[in-house]
Design a protein around this ligand. Sequence first.
Ligand code: ADP
Ligand code: MG
Length: 468
Amino acid sequence: MGASGGIASRVNMGFESSPWPRVCDKFKHEFGQHAYTTWIGQLGYNGIDSGTVELTAPTKFVRDWITRHYAPRLKDFFLAEDPRVKSLSIRLAVARKATAPDDDVPAPEAAPAVQSEPTAEELAAGDESAALDPKYTFDSFVVGKSNELAYAAAKRIAESDTVAFNPLFLHGGVGLGKTHLMHAIAWEVRRKQPTKRVVYISAEKFMFEFIAALRFKDTHAFKQKFRAVDLLMVDDVQFIANKESTQEEFFHTFNALVDNRCQVVITADRSPTDLEGIQERIVSRLGWGLVADIHPTDYELRLGILQSKAEQAENVDVPAEVLEFLARRITSNVRELEGALNRVMAYATLVGRPITLDMTRDVLQDLIRANDRKLTIDEIQRIVADYFNLRLAEMLSERRARNIARPRQVAMYLSKQLTSRSLPEIGRRFGGRDHTTVMHAVRKVEDLRRDDSQLDEDITRLTRMLEG
Ligand code: ADP
Ligand code: MG
């Protein structure tokens, strides 16, 4: 999504000249904190020189990885900040050791010496604490129908000192709280059972470390590290699909842990059986424990999440109608929902005005458009007929009885409000009626809404059903 496109970021431009922090933010937003820390967070930014963004990487490995996986998006992010950007250049940072790094020829002895500093540091630091977000706790996780099983299972694992189900496999689309739940497990275990060794790692980083271990001929330490744990959590395993040797190692680690009755928790963006490019035996073993999926959010959950986030924000008052509006209109995922709320709050703080519905619409224009489902007249007719307990044919018929004509007018009114169809087009879709009939219906309903509170409520409810 274009978190940067709105008014809020335009306001920002004036007092911040380096695009780097904003590029980093966008990267985090799109790829997550973890990928940021592992890769982009290691880069140095040296400015833009006649269209070329100058970056430095601590190691060749990091540089190559970023070049292969993230360079095009990074360039997009820079381009959005500065339209003159033409290319990226990532050079190796000057080594602290005496040997100068050679870009292209990896001298067998020199390479590890140059690389050992940051990489070894990173490996040794352990991912556990560095990678855990203090905001991702069970307390801050809002439970609804779509995630209650995943939540209960995660909670159970965090609280029990025996192995409950092994592995716990959580899956669901992006931004629905998988990583949040994993971190919550880690925090809770650390609090309640501090002697337990917990490792949280993204599958991407697992692979990175494994490859690094191969390079430094240190696979023994790698194996030790992962096999001496009580609780291993591997996030986003779809990432190691098609990566044969990493899968192999992952599988051995996984088996060793399960055989030792250590708890394993895994997440992916799809179910075990839908994982492509992952060996059959791994897939089948992944499904042995409990498989819990997180469904897309519904309106109530979205509203609950927004309320909880708005409560946490100090000094900013977000009116209920704004929260409802966001919950109704931003349906893609929770990350985007949070982003939207943050943007509105940031904007209001910057311009020093209270948050209103109009301001929200304005600030979030691009987001709202991207989330707009294309509602069809068919859908509106079906839902309105259903709502008033009419058959569709009945509602579209010529009959003028009030209990049929009124819902028909409501459906016309909603078609006008919620789609971009013209009056003649709407008329045609309502059994070939004239556009003046539609216009009359729209006016009529507008008038009625003012006096008839029941009808007004019906329409509010219908709008919610159709938009949410
Ligand atoms: P995933 O790993 O499934 O892609 P994340 O765990 O990164 O998603 O969640 C994205 C964002 O949405 C995070 O900031 C997280 O805190 C928030 N979030 C997701 N689900 C919930 C929830 N049920 N309650 C509160 N916050 C949530
Ligand atoms: Mg995640």
